[in-house]
Ligand binder design. Structure first.
Ligand SMILES: [Zn+2]
Length: 255
């Protein structure tokens, strides 16, 4: 029973603590090459949130990890695959708004949204909602963008590649198929040079980009790489939680 994991704790515990920071992990539900579970983004992000919260709690930070939201924004082509759950950004905004409203009324004024899915874009949602809740601090963390992935992985991958496979191998070894079952995650680029060199951006039609739904080769993944990466990720996020728990919301800026 952990006092910083909402799904596992109880009212008796909660009413005896003054919680400072709520943490909302947000993932997606979609195919991840052949070898990783549909829940990869949700499982990874919830587990990272819990590990970081454990480290922060040990340092005295009163944090609470909320249940993960498994509803992500998906690309065309991926949407058509069975059980891929696409959620519109406007729906995500409503979910987020309801959660912020509840926390605000309960006096919990600091919220960290932890995103674990590349298709989710919370910055515009935070920018839209922040003015409605001026006395709250809304913080976004994207753990997969925090560190230089090339220092940890040979082929970092974009979706179900080496990085994500290493993370699941370390945290959930029972949920990964043997790597010989995995596709190579070969991704086709746009023909247009301007889209290739990122002068212009367009969402990719997933079934035209990848045959196994993966983008990035998972074949060199192992649990040890995941462990090393996640140690650094959760340490940095724990520091974020500790700083936020201590922070005075009326005194956030340097002199
Ligand atoms: Zn993923």
């Amino acid at each position: 029973m952990k006092p910083y994991i909402l799904e596992e704790t109880n009212w008796k515990q909660v009413k005896s603590q003054k919680y400072e920071v709520a943490i909302l992990p947000w993932g997606a539900t979609e195919p991840h090459n052949f070898h990783l579970p549909y829940g990869t983004d949700s499982l990874e992000t919830a587990k990272i949130a819990r590990e970081a919260a454990a480290k922060a709690w040990e340092q005295g930070a009163k944090v609470m990890v909320l249940p993960v939201i498994p509803l992500g924004v998906q690309n065309l082509g991926q949407i058509d695959l069975p059980f891929c759950l696409h959620t519109r950004p406007s729906t995500q905004k409503r979910i987020l708004e309801d959660i912020i409203k509840a926390l605000n009324g309960q006096g919990i004024k600091k919220l960290v949204i932890m995103n674990g899915h590349g298709g989710n874009d919370f910055k515009p949602l935070v920018r839209e909602l922040q003015p409605q809740f001026p006395d709250m601090l809304l913080v976004l963390n994207e753990w997969f963008k925090m560190l230089d992935l090339t220092e940890y992985f040979e082929d970092t991958g974009d979706h179900a590649g080496e990085m994500e496979t290493c993370v699941i191998m370390h945290y959930f070894p029972g949920l990964v198929l043997p790597l010989y079952e995995a596709g190579e995650g070969k991704a086709k680029n746009f023909k247009l040079n301007s889209l290739k060199n990122k002068t212009g951006w367009a969402p990719r039609q997933w079934n035209k980009v990848s045959e196994d739904t993966g983008v990035g080769n998972p074949k060199k993944a192992n649990a040890a790489k995941g462990k090393r990466f996640l140690e650094d990720v959760t340490n940095s996020i724990a520091t974020l939680f500790v700083e936020l728990a201590k922070a005075d919301l009326n005194d956030l800026y340097e002199e």
